[in-house]
Design a protein around this ligand. Structure first.
Ligand SMILES: Cc1ncc(COP(=O)(O)O)c(C=O)c1O
Length: 395
């Protein structure tokens, strides 16, 4: 056995034994409401981050194709050498305008945006205080910086205040949180965070990957949901979920911050430019959503229809009226069996259990899309009721 195999095999066995092996089901169609699985069966997809239903939108695909013809497949360069095209700058301007900010900077992903922010901004004289359930990319980004690092209990404002009081001597204090927590569909208590930030002169950072484009009155995300537009200092988000689903991420905020990131942020400086088709798709999405709530309104209606009927049928759904609808089952094995049964019924959903979510809080996470028709939602509801009764989850 090679040294590599010798080291890796026990790890793989341990993952299998723990029941946490992640299987990848193959689909052979585009990402959309009706997908085709590798074995040829069709299913209604209820587990993509395709919130606005734009991943296979014809206008967006046309824009991407035009960009491919006009600007080529890729840049073979980082931005500061010869990887900046007019469309990159144009998209950054559109993103900043959408969020009402001075500037924005593009990354290959939001994972990169999170990896590149904290180290570039914070020094050893600073402190970052983050929610304990933040996304892995925020955790990793924070690990890379030299600031003092503290975690406050999930959405616990008393604990956050304690940590702010304990770090008064720092040059900068940055509070970092997801806008919406993707396993629970719950929202960070932003008004209270902003209040504490004002009281203790701290800065605020929100990762709005599960909110940008579709959450809040005009789809501007968590600050829009709470009527606090423009109040967060730094917003990071993704182009890989609601905003077309291709790839890319960004930071938006004050121009000095964005200038600093262009000079210092390592994933920006040392990784290839976003490919033109991805830039053009996101740019088209920005045109479609900046002055219209058409897709957002469809999503809100579909979310209400699903949530209200699931509750009426007797299911427990977590979350704050968000298109992430975790259907609480409890037992891990039952959850996996429930999800498999749903797929047999043509509804593609995935079960999540420990350690991704707390023990005994296993769930099926349904994600609603603006592309789901009333018929699609009713199909899913009927299947949930059938399987729920069969498994004695509801009466
Ligand atoms: C909260 C959050 N932040 C960051 C990311 C990373 O986004 P991207 O896929 O653009 O790297 C994700 C994606 O899963 C996410 O859910």
């Amino acid at each position: 056995m090679s040294l590599l195999t010798e080291c890796v095999t026990p790890e793989l066995k341990a993952i299998e034994k723990a029941g946490t092996w992640k299987k990848e089901r193959m689909i052979i169609s585009p990402q959309q409401t009706r997908i085709v699985l590798a074995n040829g069966t069709q299913a209604l997809n209820f587990c993509a981050n395709n919130y606005l239903g734009l991943a296979n939108n014809r206008e967006i695909i046309s824009a991407a194709k035009l960009a491919l013809d006009k600007y080529g497949a890729g840049l073979s360069s980082v931005r500061f050498i010869c990887g900046t095209q007019d469309i990159h700058v144009e998209l950054e301007k559109k993103i900043a305008k959408f969020h009402g900010r001075e500037d924005a900077i593009l990354y290959a992903s939001c994972f990169d945006a999170n990896a590149g922010l904290f180290e570039a901004l914070l020094t050893s004289e600073d402190t970052v205080i983050s929610d304990q359930l933040n996304h892995a990319s925020i955790i990793d980004g924070i690990r890379l910086c030299k600031a003092s690092r503290h975690r406050y209990k999930h959405r616990d404002m008393a604990d956050l205040e304690n940590k702010l009081q304990a770090s008064m001597s720092s040059r900068l204090r940055l509070i970092a949180t997801d806008g919406v927590f993707s396993m629970d569909g719950t929202v960070t208590p932003l008004p209270e965070i902003l209040e504490l930030a004002r009281k203790y002169n701290a800065l605020t950072f929100v990762d709005d990957c599960h909110a940008t484009g579709f959450f809040g009155k005009t789809g501007r995300g968590t600050e829009d949901y709470f009527n606090h537009l423009g109040c967060v200092d730094i917003i990071n988000s993704t182009l890989g979920k609601a905003l077309g689903g291709a790839a890319g991420g960004y930071t938006t905020g004050k121009k000095e911050l964005i200038n600093l990131l262009r000079q210092r942020s390592r994933p920006y400086l040392f990784s290839n430019s976003l490919p033109p088709p991805a830039v053009a798709s996101a740019s088209k999405v920005m045109d479609l959503i900046t002055n219209s709530t058409k897709f957002l309104d469809r999503l809100t209606n579909a979310t209400n229809l699903f949530r209200n009927n699931m509750k009426a049928a007797g299911f427990t759904i977590m979350g704050d009226n968000h298109p992430i609808c975790p259907i609480m089952i409890g037992d891990a094995r039952l959850t996996i069996e429930f999800a498999d049964k749903m797929i047999e019924q043509g509804i593609y959903v995935v079960g999540f259990s420990y350690p991704v979510v707390p023990k005994d809080k296993a769930r099926i996470r349904v994600q609603i899309s603006a592309a789901h028709s009333q018929n699609d939602i009713e199909h899913a509801l009927n299947a949930f009721v059938r399987v729920g009764k069969e498994f004695n989850i509801i009466k």
